[in-house]
Design a protein around this ligand. Structure first.
Ligand SMILES: *[C@@H]1O[C@H](CO)[C@@H](O)[C@H](O)[C@H]1NC(C)=O
Ligand SMILES: *[C@@H]1O[C@H](CO)[C@@H](O)[C@H](O)[C@H]1NC(C)=O
Ligand SMILES: *[C@@H]1O[C@H](CO)[C@@H](O)[C@H](O)[C@H]1NC(C)=O
Ligand SMILES: *[C@@H]1O[C@H](CO)[C@@H](O)[C@H](O)[C@H]1NC(C)=O
Ligand SMILES: *[C@@H]1O[C@H](CO)[C@@H](O)[C@H](O)[C@H]1NC(C)=O
Ligand SMILES: *[C@@H]1O[C@H](CO)[C@@H](O)[C@H](O)[C@H]1NC(C)=O
Ligand SMILES: CC(=O)N[C@H]1CO[C@H](CO)[C@@H](O)[C@@H]1O
Length: 504
């Protein structure tokens, strides 16, 4: 009887614990929201209409597991979508490159590229990135299997796929599209396979891999200042951050913080990684909003798209809501509510447990684990608090981020390995010195990622398109009547440039 009781308790502990910990993947991790950096278009003018529209079905391409080992004969099924409605014989092939999240078939019906396809009679395809969404090259996400996850393998997937499509149908030329990491892939595909692609649009593409990505929080700082030029919004965040560090020193203060920030657990001041995670989570509230400010996306299901920098700074500068700490907590409460979270997680161990899960049906397999692996082995991009000019404190320094690689994937993923990997990516692709033609690099001034992007024309045929006042990948979303004129102009310039590529 006693044994039986213990068995039940153990089972329950295991199950309950598993369910609980698996749920904690931060809302915003390494600048990547759940679902991926490029969310689905979901503007209010379109969404209702879209829900009743028929989405294109999944299609499957038999893809090689390891493109760089001729002796490896293993294959797997890669998902893609097509839309041939606008295609006319002699028209081009447009390829939307999938990224670090599930490929959304809504992009086959909506988005600026569909307008361009209509204009130029293009055949549209979207290829899901290996290891994301339903494109599972291996039975699970163990470290041993993740070695087949890299941008180079993804580019080789595209090359095989496009070559196969071209063998079945004639296209006048091929143009690739991508935003954020897939924006980089779009440029790199043109670099590595110029015989397969005649033009590339690389929106908000971070081309420079970097370990200590301090400029990210500096752009967030600038974005807050741009809505409240006096700096009152930044100052309030800064004051709230100092109050937190004072409160953390006493039991009473920690209890107060637990209450106002609706933390799921008590704060143990001796666990440094928990403290770093707490500060970085609170900064994440601002990062996510700045990165996608007013851009017509609806990441994570159209929930928080009406929360803008103005909303957050409106709260931070409203004395009727209490002192700056209370306002900072108000911002946190707003985002918890928008994402239907009951409490704010910050326990480092809980996050690790969730990120260590290797099953395809775990919550981190949505992309958090895979993208983290790519940051540890290719790009880093760690939004460290090492920058001086930002109000979020200095308690999530670069070591907090690099340590996560070792903690999640094993001790061999140490600082040396990460630094070497980043150097190698930059050597492989050329970083900001990339030598290519017939590429466009649209960038938005309030996108924190722009700091790693192409800011000036590389040459007359590799041009930067500056979109003042817009966020991450804004030019890729469907147009709306509220779009600022500079966004309208940017889309037209992209469309016209594609036309020039197709004519020459
Ligand atoms: C292609 O996209 C257009 C525009 O949204 C849509 O009207 C059409 O039904 C789509 N075609 C297919 C085959 O999905
Ligand atoms: C990270 O970068 C910032 C500014 O670029 C610098 O001040 C800081 O020392 C760097 N940290 C490390 C650990 O290199
Ligand atoms: C955003 O929209 C939701 C529902 O549409 C609404 O409840 C909420 O108050 C809005 N938030 C802001 C900050 O406007
Ligand atoms: C998750 O996948 C494993 C096999 O990989 C399976 O045993 C388990 O039942 C699945 N869990 C859920 C919740 O689907
Ligand atoms: C990092 O790990 C590698 C092996 O993966 C090892 O050779 C190297 O000494 C380690 N470096 C440090 C600084 O621990
Ligand atoms: C961007 O727009 C703001 C006003 O909206 C203006 O003050 C600023 O000069 C513009 N910047 C550039 C580079 O055009
Ligand atoms: C904010 C940003 O990155 N903007 C750059 C985009 O490209 C233009 C044109 O080269 C630059 O002037 C901007 O600084």
């Amino acid at each position: 009887m006693e044994k039986f009781g213990a068995y039940i308790i153990t089972t329950c502990l295991l199950i309950c614990f598993t369910v609980y910990i698996e749920a904690y993947v931060p809302r915003m991790i390494r600048g990547r929201p759940r679902g991926g950096l490029l969310g689905a278009p979901g503007h209010k003018h379109h969404r209702k209409n879209l829900e009743t529209r028929e989405l294109p079905p999944d299609q499957w391409y038999t893809q090689k597991l390891d493109h760089f080992n001729g002796a490896d004969g293993r294959y797997w099924q890669q998902r893609y979508f097509t839309n041939d409605t606008f295609y006319k014989p002699g028209g081009p092939l447009f390829v939307q490159i999938g990224g670090e999240g599930t490929a959304d078939p809504i992009w086959m019906l909506e988005g600026a590229w569909i307008d361009y396809a209509q204009r130029y009679n293009a055949y549209c395809v979207q290829l899901e990135h290996r290891f994301y969404g339903k494109s599972h090259p291996t039975p699970d996400l163990s470290v041993d299997n993740l070695k087949y996850l890299s941008s180079e393998q993804a580019l080789a997937d595209l090359a095989a796929f496009i070559t196969d499509l071209k063998s079945k149908q004639t296209f006048s030329s091929v143009i690739t599209f991508g935003g954020s990491y897939p924006g980089s892939l779009s440029a790199w595909f043109r670099l590595k396979y110029p015989h397969l692609v005649q033009g590339a649009v690389a929106s908000s593409a971070p081309l420079l891999a970097i370990v200590n990505f301090t400029a990210y929080l500096q752009v967030v700082d600038d974005a807050l200042r741009s809505v409240v030029p006096s700096g009152a919004c930044n100052d309030a965040v800064s004051t709230a951050t100092s109050t937190i560090s004072t409160d953390l020193t006493t039991l009473e203060g920690r209890q107060k913080l637990k209450k106002v920030f609706q933390l799921c657990d008590d704060i143990d001041p001796n666990i440094k990684t928990d403290i770093s995670n707490l500060y970085s989570t609170l900064a994440g509230n601002f990062e996510g909003v700045v990165q996608y400010n007013k851009d017509n996306r609806a990441f994570e299901g159209a929930k928080a798209t009406n929360i803008t920098i103005d909303t957050l700074c409106g709260i931070m500068t409203d004395p009727s809501l209490g002192d700056p700490l209370q306002r900072y907590a108000e911002v946190n409460a707003l985002l918890l509510k928008a994402y239907s979270q009951d409490c704010q997680d910050f326990k480092y161990d809980k996050m690790l447990d969730s990120m260590r899960a290797t099953s395809w049906n775990s919550s981190a397999s949505e992309g958090g684990r895979q993208w983290t692996y790519q940051t540890c082995t290719e790009f880093a991009f760690y939004q460290s608090s090492d920058a001086t000019n930002q109000p979020f404190g200095h308690d999530f320094p670069i070591d907090f981020w690099t340590q996560q690689c070792a903690d999640i994937f094993g001790a061999s993923f140490n600082n040396t390995v990460i630094e070497t990997a980043v150097k190698r990516s930059n050597t492989d692709y050329g970083a900001l010195g990339i030598q290519i033609t017939r590429v466009l690099f649209p960038n938005g001034s309030i996108d924190p990622w722009h700091a790693l992007g192409v800011l000036e024309d590389l040459n007359p045929e590799a041009r930067a398109i500056f979109i003042n006042g817009t966020a991450h990948c804004a030019n890729m979303y469907p147009s709306t009547p509220e779009d600022p004129p500079q966004l309208v102009t940017a889309r037209k310039e992209i469309s016209d440039t594609i036309g020039q590529w197709l004519r020459s």
